[in-house]
Structure formats: C-alpha cells, structure tokens
Design a protein around this ligand. Structure first.
Ligand code: GDP
Length: 188
C-alpha cells in the first residue's frame, strides 16, 4: 500500500515480559518474517505499517513501539505511553509466569496511559502447543479459556497468535484499530 495516504495515524505500544515475542510480533507485522534467534540487545523498537479497515473504508497507519529491553527496568517513562491509542499486552501461552506478570504490565499501562486506550491481550506462541497431527503436545501452560476470562473481566480484547506462523498477528492490530476507530466515531 505504499504511496497511499491514510485517514488515521494510530500509535500502539507493545508490552509484556521479556522473551514473550514482542519484537517478533512487530517484525511479523511490518516485514512478514520471523527470526528464530533475534538479538535481544537489538530489539526492534519501532515499526510502521498501513492497514485497511474495509468496513469503515479507512486506511490506518500503525506506528508501533516495542518496549525493546526496557522490561528489566519496569518503570517505563510516560513519554513511551504518551499519545498511544492502542496497546498489545503480550504473554507466552507456554509460560504461566508471563501470563501472571501481564497483570502488572496492565496495571502499568492503566496507570500511565490514556484511560481510553484500547488494550488487546495477545497469547503468543500458539505454534508451540500443537503436535504435527494438530493435537495438543502438552506444552501449553495457559488455556484459551483463561485468557478469554481475564480479557472479559478487565475489558480487554483477546486473541491467541503466533509471530512464527503469522496466525492472528495482523488480525490483532486490526481488531484493536477497529475498536479505536469506533471510539473516535463515538467521540470517546
Ligand atoms: P521479546 O523479548 O518479547 O521482544 O521477545 P522476542 O521477539 O525477542 O522473542 C523471544 C524468543 O521467542 C525468540 O527466540 C523468538 O524467536 C521466539 N518467539 C517469538 N515469537 C514466537 C512464536 O510465535 N513462536 C515461537 N515458536 N517462538 C517465538
């Protein structure tokens, strides 16, 4: 879609524990590729992509910021959150700890970001949970139902995804963008 103008620019932040796949989701979104061994010290910090929301007839420019290594500091500056319309709150479905810790990442977001910010909970790495015949291989530590339940309780959108296979990555951003456009229409 290069050369096309856009109707909205939406800033997204991507947050969650180290190694849940935040940089990989961003690379998948913007470059349609997956790196098996990304250098953690060279985490992608920023990526931009145009997406279309056909039912609204709108083109949205996503500007996505990854926390890229700041996880260890836990206190992310307000400037990172400033102006963000959307947040991907990421955990790894094969790591119970990352799911538990996502609650404190959400608390951080709710404390520092715009109260109307749209947050989508993303259970990443679903590709690791399936055996070759499509059955479960026992590696999953967080069920889909648990993710759904928390999302419902805390007013989050929810999706399970894989930066490796690409499943649901663009859809996660689209879903969140739809919700943001809807808020804009309603004047929220
Ligand atoms: P970040 O620290 O949250 O940005 O995580 P990274 O994107 O650096 O990913 C951490 C590790 O998990 C890397 O080895 C990635 O290749 C791997 N990874 C990320 N996403 C996925 C995924 O969807 N599936 C699998 N199997 N591995 C993933």
């Amino acid at each position: 879609m290069s050369g096309i103008t856009w109707h909205y620019v939406l800033k997204f932040i991507i947050t969650g524990d180290a190694a849940v796949g935040k940089s990989s989701l961003l690379v998948r979104l913007t470059d349609q590729r997956f790196l098996t061994n990304p250098d953690p010290t060279l985490g992608v910090e920023f990526g931009s992509k145009l997406i279309e929301i056909p039912e609204e007839g709108k083109i949205v420019k996503l500007q996505c910021w990854d926390t890229a290594g700041t996880e260890s500091f836990r206190s992310i500056t307000r400037s990172y959150y400033r102006g963000a319309a959307g947040c991907l709150l990421v955990y790894d479905v094969t790591s119970r700890a990352s799911f538990t810790n996502a609650r404190s990442w959400l608390a951080d977001v709710r404390e520092h970001a715009d109260p109307h910010l749209t947050c989508i909970l993303v259970g990443n790495k679903v590709d690791l949970c399936e055996a070759e015949d499509g059955t479960s291989n026992g590696r999953r530590e967080v069920s889909t139902a648990e993710g759904e339940l928390w999302a419902k309780e805390d007013d989050l959108l929810f999706v399970e995804a894989s930066a490796k296979s690409g499943v649901n990555v663009e859809i996660a951003f689209e879903q969140a963008s739809r919700d943001i456009l809807d808020k804009i229409k309603r004047g929220v």
